[in-house]
Design a protein around this ligand. Structure first.
Ligand SMILES: [Zn+2]
Length: 386
């Protein structure tokens, strides 16, 4: 009697499981127990309405919408509405800082007096013997890639950021030519140096690879020297894949850049290319089975709003806003379970945890030179005033 009851319960559970498998054709819901790789894709300036407007205007569907776990992230920095430097720092170090700070908290942003330096998720990955890489449509010293590779108080120190990246232990930094890197210097620091997609294809597996791409990354234009973000992402995944795992950050920077100038066509083209990069990453994760993919933005740009009278979306700003941004995951259902928006700093904490970092994270190092830097900064400010 007891046996039949147990068999009935088992049959019901089995039937339910089969039904579940049938109703989710796009994604068999697989949550890897043993995460090896984490891929984070940041659509710079990508708010929820950047997606809605693109779909409505172009009549397209977005791959991002098919991701199984969806929620929102809050983006404000210690200054209120964030810039991409503080946004990247929150997503990479798990700390809210002042605008312009990169993996640091500076006493007065811009003064140069660093109070704390924070470990970022690329460093966490490297400390575990994993590989770490960055792919962006921006220059290498842009705020988002810098927020995953350097520690400085000010985002526009392009030359210093490039030097710090050269001296970092990252395995791959692929970006648009930012004008501050040279083949000679990077090669003598142990990197291969490439300027095109075809050169990158030739890079031997396992070599540290820096790219200052001459062609267009943000989207395909049909020109021979194009290196679209999705194609770079696919190649980067091949180069980074290894037994111990990796962390890869991919940034679509031109969703933001085009929205600053209210160029909706450029924004939409860049968003669609970013969406292709997301699809590339998820396809890799599906095949690999031990990879999670996180898609989010550092902030919204353009204040894109639906105008009820005109029945269409429109830009209402040329800058950043505090709107919550999409947070979508594959292979991990954390952070979005109850649909409430989470702080952007939670993303960094999740990445560190999933990479297997067991130490304290966020991890802050006090800068003992702070007082000296502070006095120097005050003297400099007084000097500048006179
Ligand atoms: Zn911006």
């Amino acid at each position: 009697m007891k046996k039949t009851k147990a068999a009935k319960i088992l049959a019901v559970i089995l039937a339910f499981a089969m039904l579940l498998a049938c109703v989710s054709p796009a994604f068999a819901i697989v949550i890897p127990q043993d995460v090896k790789n984490v891929i984070l894709l940041i659509g710079d300036g990508m708010g929820p309405n950047s997606l809605e407007w693109t779909k409505a205007e172009l009549g397209v569907e977005l791959f991002m919408d098919t991701l199984p776990y969806q929620g929102y992230s809050m983006t404000d920095s210690l200054d209120g509405t964030t810039d991409s430097a503080a946004g990247a720092t929150a997503l990479s170090c798990g700390r809210r800082v002042f605008n312009s700070n990169l993996c640091t908290l500076a006493f007065k942003p811009g003064s140069g007096a660093i109070i704390f330096s924070y470990m970022n998720v690329s460093e966490a990955a490297k400390s575990l013997g994993k590989k770490a890489g960055i792919v962006t449509s921006d220059a290498n010293h842009g705020a988002t890639p810098a927020g995953f590779s350097v520690h400085t108080y000010k985002r526009d120190l392009s030359e210093e950021i490039t030097v710090q990246q050269m001296n970092s232990n990252l395995d791959l930094i692929w970006a648009a030519d930012g004008g501050f890197s040279s083949a000679e210097k990077f090669e003598s620091a142990g990197w291969t140096y490439s300027t095109s997609m075809s050169e990158l294809e030739q890079v031997e597996y396992g070599k540290r690879s820096f790219a200052a791409i001459n062609g267009k990354i943000e989207y395909e234009t049909g020109r021979k020297d194009d290196a679209p973000l999705s194609a770079l992402t696919a190649l980067a995944l091949k180069k980074l894949d290894n037994d111990k795992g990796f962390f890869l950050m991919v940034e679509g920077a031109h969703i933001d850049k085009n929205s600053h100038s209210n160029n909706k066509e450029g924004m939409m083209k860049s968003l669609i290319e970013f969406d292709k990069a997301v699809e590339t990453a998820v396809n890799f994760a599906k095949e690999d089975g031990n990879t999670i993919v996180i898609v989010t933005a550092d902030h919204e740009t353009g204040g894109i709003t639906y105008n009820e009278e005109k029945k269409e979306y429109e830009y209402t700003s040329g800058g950043h806003t505090s709107a919550n941004v999409p947070l979508r995951l594959y292979g991990c259902d954390e952070l979005v379970k109850d649909g409430a928006a989470v702080k952007n700093t939670e993303v960094a904490k999740l990445i560190a945890k999933k990479l297997g970092y067991n130490g304290l994270f966020p991890k802050a190092t006090f800068n003992f030179g702070f007082l000296f830097d502070f006095i120097a900064a005050v003297i400099k400010t007084i000097g500048e005033k006179n």
